[in-house]
Design a protein around this ligand. Structure first.
Ligand SMILES: Nc1ncnc2c1ncn2[C@@H]1O[C@H](COP(=O)(O)OP(=O)(O)OP(=O)(O)O)[C@@H](O)[C@H]1O
Length: 261
């Protein structure tokens, strides 16, 4: 019986035993040895692990920027085929705004690339700038905005073409601690309002627990998926939850999986 016949909702993203090797021959390097990950539509999955364990590689495979040598990756279904160029939004550690474009024109970049009609795209860019708290900054240059504000603009840009999945690679890693905490709460709000499926890569165990509805823990040597579990903390998530026993248990579980004393 298939999952659909059993009455369950098929996962939106299905990665089974994915293996990725860089180079060949003597230079061969196994970046990811065995990743299995099912993501339902609308989930926020935090992907946590040490540097070099293959987190970015997993995102690149999902965005179809990389092939892979073993396993299977399926996204969407036959009725709604997934087209990475159209259906993925990406946010990186650096906002990567074009300095010669003002903020709204930066947010409009995917419309230029995908050839979307400009008028509705501009209206959507305005709405998204409002969603990320940048209303009134449309005409500013990137250098006039703080690092946190620039990253908000990058999030709006990633949402412009209404992607089905947003891949975020250490999006707040370059921000100071206080701004990072504020952005964590902002992203949770944006996620709840937009209903997007988000994969969120982080090195921070606390951030992984705070942000995730699910958490994937990856370890290195060899790089593999050590665990994948629900984070059943209530919503809306709040910073002071980090002091709760329940939060502490999730954090301890991840520390144990990563072999951190
Ligand atoms: N294009 C490439 N060619 C060869 N090796 C690569 C390439 N890209 C990544 N690697 C190697 O694959 C491993 C996994 O890299 P990846 O960037 O996925 O890790 P990561 O967990 O995202 O690391 P970080 O947290 O430091 O960003 C690393 O050892 C890296 O050196």
């Amino acid at each position: 019986m298939t999952i659909q016949e059993a009455g369950e909702i098929a996962p939106f993203i299905r990665m089974q035993n994915v293996r990725k090797v860089y180079g060949s021959g003597d230079d061969e390097f196994v970046a990811v040895s065995d990743v299995t990950l099912n993501v339902q539509e609308g989930e926020m999955v935090s992907l946590v692990g040490p540097s070099g364990c293959g987190k970015t590689t997993v995102l690149k495979i999902l965005a179809d920027l990389h092939g892979y040598e073993g396993g299977t990756v399926d996204i969407g279904d036959a009725e709604h085929p997934f087209v990475p160029g159209r259906d993925v939004g990406m946010v990186f550690q650096q906002p990567l705004l074009l300095k010669w474009r003002n903020i709204i024109d930066n947010v409009l970049l995917p419309a230029d690339i995908l050839g979307l009609p400009l008028k509705p795209a501009r209206d959507r860019a305005r709405d998204l700038l409002k969603l990320v708290g940048l209303e009134g900054f449309e005409k500013r240059s990137p250098h006039e905005l703080s690092g946190g504000m620039q990253q908000r603009a990058a999030i709006a840009r990633a949402l412009l073409h209404d992607p089905r999945v947003v891949l975020m690679d250490e999006p707040f890693g370059a921000l100071d601690a206080l701004t990072r905490e504020r952005m964590n709460l902002e992203l949770l709000r944006i996620w709840e309002e937009s209903g997007k499926t988000i994969l969120f890569v982080t090195h921070s165990i606390q951030e992984a627990v705070l942000m995730g509805s699910k958490c994937a823990v990856m370890t290195s040597g060899p790089a593999r998926m050590a665990a994948y579990f629900d984070i059943e903390l209530p919503y809306p998530r709040k910073l002071d939850m980090r002091q709760s026993a329940e939060f502490g248990e999730y954090a301890r579980k991840i520390y144990d999986l990563l072999g951190v004393e």
